[in-house]
Design a protein around this ligand. Structure first.
Ligand SMILES: NC(=O)C1=CN([C@@H]2O[C@H](COP(=O)(O)OP(=O)(O)OC[C@H]3O[C@@H](n4cnc5c(N)ncnc54)[C@H](OP(=O)(O)O)[C@@H]3O)[C@@H](O)[C@H]2O)C=CC1
Ligand SMILES: O=C(O)CCCC(=O)O
Length: 485
């Protein structure tokens, strides 16, 4: 298996076009969560290596900012093709370090390519404005320019596609980048370096450093050459980055935690709701920021929904992601398993009933049974905290207003879902939910054409959609007078 992926499995950092080790020579082990065995190592870089990467990106920016939108669009198209030409190898690498099934990994790689293609197209549409001037002898223009060096910090749950939404718009806008992938899944991030080389990306445009999160993060936040930070990960770290980068007043985009509610009304199509629930809860073993955290089901349909959801959850095939037919791989590590166990113990102690799963899978390691808990109540931990695992708590409700209030009773506001067959209710509920993204009778809604992002403490900014390039561009107002105008 590793033979196939070895071209992309880089055990070095990419700085200014060269593959290098950490100054200290130290490394970090990368573990395959399905076997617990070491896959390889990556450099444990720190502040000095990060500073050099930032300086390389700054130097590269001086010429890259002058490339035409068409040139950058073509470069991104080549990158898209290179990703798709190597979809299988990249997907294998992703499964080996992250654990998700090969089917999901192929989907993630295709999604990465789709974001890159989207931004190849958007590169050519970063329009400015010609504004009707209030003065007869002056003209008013608004142009948009790349912000400069951007830094991207990404998590382990989508190690490839989270970078595509950041590298894609950065290159489209004419920015250069320093990238820090998660330490548990660095290879899918480093693979972007191999892909960039393959398509002839100028050196220094994309730099990738792995290692000490604190040291790398501190350098990124403090270095005045970095003009923007884009982060996907926990709300805790997001807040820290906002705070630390305040001293150099950087732009920030934050994709942070979620606490997605999934509402099922009596008038919903039950089978469609169960199908959506399985997808919205168990994909990536529940380790997605848009995964359902809380199911709210109306009393008339509640029991039938719980029965069908539990039956469908029991049928999910759990196993190593590389095996045929596997639908749920291991969790990222045993710590994540312990966290799910805490949620279950807390719920059971407060009267919740496990109707499916509920314990570690017989395969051992970090494999966990897809779990459904009925009788969930608002005092339980998952009402306010992100589970990030394959556990579906089901709450019962009577009235529409009650369900919307419960759904909104959280500091998070990323994705939400609801199922109904009533058009009036669809609009009322959609307008009442304080979330950045709403799935109506749909459990999977992510696509490059639409703006992905949250409100409240779920983040700032949008990735994808025509909005996804905005944060990589500065707006410049130009007033032209004289010249015989
Ligand atoms: N919104 C989302 O998509 C995600 C949400 N989460 C939530 O967060 C929880 C914790 O997951 P975890 O992986 O610890 O998420 P983190 O937020 O800690 O990690 C995300 C990224 O931030 C980096 N990082 C960590 N600390 C710092 C720092 N001080 N300065 C700069 N970068 C830093 C990490 O590096 P390193 O890997 O080297 O530590 C990683 O690259 C999950 O259980 C889940 O609830 C997690 C991942 C994604
Ligand atoms: O969990 C995330 O941070 C992103 C989810 C991506 C997706 O919906 O495919």
């Amino acid at each position: 298996m590793l033979q196939k992926t070895s071209h992309f499995m880089r055990e070095a950092n990419l700085i200014d076009g060269a593959w290098v080790q950490a100054d200290s020579g130290k490394t970090i082990d990368v573990i395959n969560p399905a076997t617990g065995l070491r896959l390889g190592t990556v450099p444990r870089a720190g502040g000095a290596e990060t500073r050099r990467a930032i300086e390389a990106a700054h130097t590269a920016f001086q010429s890259f900012r002058k490339t035409s939108a068409l040139e950058r669009s073509k470069l991104l198209r080549k990158l898209h093709d290179a990703i798709m030409d190597n979809q299988d190898a990249l997907a294998e690498l992703l499964t080996l370090e992250q654990g998700k099934s090969l089917t999901e990994s192929k989907g993630e790689i295709a999604s990465s390519a789709a974001y890159v293609l989207w931004f190849a197209e958007e590169a050519r549409r970063a329009y400015g404005d010609v504004v009707p001037s209030p003065w007869a002898d002056r003209r008013v223009l608004v142009t948009r320019e790349p912000v400069g060096v951007i830094a991207a910090i990404t998590p382990w749950n989508f190690p490839s596609s989270m970078l595509s939404r950041k590298i894609g718009p950065a290159i489209a806008a004419g920015c250069t980048a320093v990238v820090k992938p998660a330490s548990q899944t660095p290879y899918s991030g480093l693979a972007w370096g191999a892909l960039c080389e393959e398509v002839g990306m100028p050196k220094g445009v994309v730099n990738i450093v792995t290692g000490s999160a604190g040291e790398i993060g501190d350098e990124i936040c403090a270095n005045p050459l970095v003009k923007k930070i884009t982060f996907t990960g926990s709300t805790e770290v997001g807040k820290l980055l906002i705070e630390k980068s305040a001293s150099t007043v950087k732009k920030v985009s934050m994709e942070l935690g979620g606490n997605a509610p999934f509402l099922v009304f009596d008038d919903a199509d039950l089978d469609r709701a169960v199908e959506g629930a399985i997808a919205a809860k168990y994909r990536n073993s529940g380790q997605t920021c848009v995964c359902t955290n809380r199911f709210f089901v109306q009393a008339g349909i509640h029991d039938a929904f719980v029965d069908k959801l539990a039956a469908a959850a029991k049928k999910l095939k759990v196993g190593p992601g590389v095996e045929d037919g596997v639908q749920q791989g291991p969790l990222i590590d045993v710590k994540a398993v312990e966290k799910v166990e805490e949620f279950i113990a807390d719920a059971v102690a407060k009267g919740g009933k496990v109707v499916s799963g509920g314990k570690r899978h017989e395969l051992g390691g970090s494999f966990f049974e897809p779990t459904v808990i009925a009788g969930a109540t608002t005092g339980m931990k998952f009402m306010t905290e992100e589970i990030f695992g394959p556990l579906a708590p089901v709450f019962k409700f009577d009235k529409e207003e009650e369900a919307v209030a419960l759904a909104n009773d959280t500091e998070f506001g990323l994705a939400c879902y609801f199922y109904t067959g009533d058009l009036g209710r669809a609009f009322r509920v959609m307008e009442g939910l304080k979330y950045g993204m709403v799935g109506v009778n749909e459990g999977i809604i992510t696509t490059p054409e639409a703006p992905f992002g949250g409100v409240k403490e779920s983040g700032l900014g949008r990735e994808g959609g025509h909005q996804g390039i905005d944060d990589y561009l500065d707006t410049k107002y130009v007033c032209i007078g004289g010249l015989g105008l």
